[in-house]
Design a protein around this ligand. Sequence first.
Ligand code: SF4
Length: 492
Amino acid sequence: MSDEVIPQGLWTGDYFNEGSGRDGIFDKLKEECGVFGVFGHPDAASMSYYGLHALQHRGEESAGLCVTNGGDFNYHRGMGLVKEVFDKDRLASLIGDRSIGHVRYSTSGDSKLTNAQPLVFKYRDGDLAVATNGNIVNAPKIRRELEQSGSIFQTTSDTEVIAHLIARSSKDFVEAAKDALQQIVGGYAFLLMTNDRMLVASDPNGLRPISMARLGDAYLFSSETCAFETIGAEIIRDIEPGEMLVLDKNGLHEDRFAEPQRKALCAMEYIYFARPDSELNGSNLHSSRKRMGRRMAQESFVDADVVTGVPDSSISAAIGYAEQTGIPYELGLIKNKYTGRTFIQPSQELREQGVKMKLSAVRRVVEGMRVVMIDDSIVRGTTSRRIVNLLREAGATEVHVRITSPPFKNPCFYGIDTPDSRELIASSKSIEEIRKEINADSLEFISPEGLIEAVAGNNVNDYKGGLCMACFDNDYPTRTDFNGEEQFGCSC
Ligand code: SF4
């Protein structure tokens, strides 16, 4: 099979990685958010609907769209999936040639409509809408200072901080936005829209992905390029670290608010979050994951009868591992297609059943077999143990686990909702201790060098291949200490 061909139908479910995080049965890292922007298309709302639908895996809690023709804003936000929040009539009412849209994942206590984006404000120069993906590390500090000087916040979202900073400035919108962006520290991609302009910005390290495409005369912006493919747009390029694009009636202006710092795109986007048909830094994600699988096979070969991947994100790597070793790739694990929402009470017994509702081992494939099981990460270890046990109950004689990320030891400050360090199994246990905990016959993680070489491609000479690896090696690309007023995880 060609490296560039995506194996249709090899992952299941309505959405990539659907249901892996929302009810706690799957102990996975939680996706952050997705943003999608359109400038200069007469049916911006419909374009955005399809774009957000393609980004659904990045956030299943709420969705929103703000549209304008250059006058008043039309917007709608709601809790739920894109297809639940918007129907035909609602989309028809969102008239305009430019829009910004958002899908959001949130922590459970924070899951409410007031935090759904885009956030929309009235300020002295008119209307302002903001949509973001990521996290502002110093948001609590800035927020406290703003509140002390009289600002009243409507939401608990970080995103409101940037709106307040812009609104308090006496400068023109673009200069005010630059000033505001220079005050915040973190990993983010912002879409901002006023009545007559749109602004797109990426943090100075390029931690969170955002790309640009063209469709006719229109400009499109998306957290992932898979959304461009959905609507037939031509990918132009990624937004550079520290870059700010301004769109108005005269077209596109390239500007920047900060000099680019060390390039540090989130490694977990490559490993787990992004869809396999998306591109990051010019590399197709399915191909990158296959290279991770091949590299794992070189680093930690084990003699076995079949290779299988945990759906959805580990299937590409499992194919790579199988190609490198010559051990056949098989669908040893199948995800139930209708997994998105299960209302299961979190008792231990029902949680175990919940895993079986969402994932099945294929007895005819694994019975009597020595199985290599490829997965993307181990967070607390509970999910890995359940999946290993599923394979054993289905008759696997040996289960060898290979993980395509290095041990996940440190919390994320840039938009990935991670548990407290004490709950991250790799922060306190050795690989051998984790192996015993998850009931595997052997366990190996890809090396940091192996991961960088597998994903970085032409950027391999950049520091760490241009990747953030902080959750593995504690080397954060930005300042993270604000005297106790720092914020980690995702709060957009
Ligand atoms: S700390 Fe980990 S999850 Fe967070 S941005 Fe860096 S690589 Fe991604």
